[in-house]
Design a protein around this ligand. Sequence first.
Ligand code: IPM
Ligand code: MG
Length: 355
Amino acid sequence: MKTYNIALIKGDGIGPEIVDEATKVLDAIASSEGFDIQYNELLMGGCAYDITGDPLPKETIDTSINSDAVLFGAIGGERWDSLPREKRPESGLLRFRKELGVYANLRPAVVYDELINASSLKPEVVKGVDLMVVRELIGGIYFGEPKGREGDRAYNTMVYTRDEVVRIAHTAFKIAMERGKRVCSIDKANVLDVSQMWRETVEDVAKEYPEVTLSHMYVDNAAMQLIRDPKQFDVMLTGNIFGDILSDEASMLSGSIGLLPSASVGAKIGVYEPIHGSAPDIAGQGIANPIATIASASMMLRFALGEVNAADRVDAAIKQALSEGYRTQDIADYGAKEVCSTSEMGSIIANYAAK
Ligand code: IPM
Ligand code: MG
């Protein structure tokens, strides 16, 4: 039997609860499709710091690199907020992305028709939204030098090299070719030199994709346009910090940040994770929505393992659970026939997927 090795990083807060539901679904679909998944559970984030003193133990990197893919929950929590920066859970995640070299963060925002009323925007504005944020993940102001604190002065630097922009632009154009053939590149070229270079470089890469229509937008305008008329977007190409902000904003088009998956790719090993955080305020209560993580596991099946049929079945199972009226608490007000717990939702989706 074909066996895949998956590095499993549950992390902090609701991480363990939601990842357990994703593996439940993966196991169900694997046995139905006739393949096997072996998990290596690894530490990262606050839980890793508590046990080892390091938010990213070396073993986590080494084992992940030798896996077929990484499935990741979430990290962080107030408990660790007062630690020195390099000991914080977030630093572990950033180093992890950098060490793996996953420079392309793909964050689809899709509105499920069943939840059309869950969005804070009018149904006619969000109905049919289907966009993809392509966020550069291992450069920009998150990693730029110099950075530091000197007394009452503190600074970070937004740096991009041409090569970094070229490779993420190729990712965006290739994805656009498989979708609506439109790329909107988002920057702040009216103010920032780094954005001016970003824009010129994207223009150059666009010449290799004559079928794709390229437009540019300033990030402040993009934040506004996402709310005004989200359907105008197909692929949104952007740098690290702008993509961080815009992808949270885009997620709310769907009604709950608990619904949307992401993939971090570009290197040999991809990382698949929900776009939401560790939500310590609801951890351990069994009320978190596992759908974002289950949908991330589906992206992993599709893109990392090539198990397209299994991925299609998981996606259909998520839709079926929603259309049958099953809702976790975050979306309970919108068409719930039955409000279910984290683990009930996982079981329902697993059963539908394996049918
Ligand atoms: C995300 C998160 C992370 C980021 C944090 C936790 C470091 O917000 O994945 O979007 O800023 O990239
Ligand atoms: Mg974020």
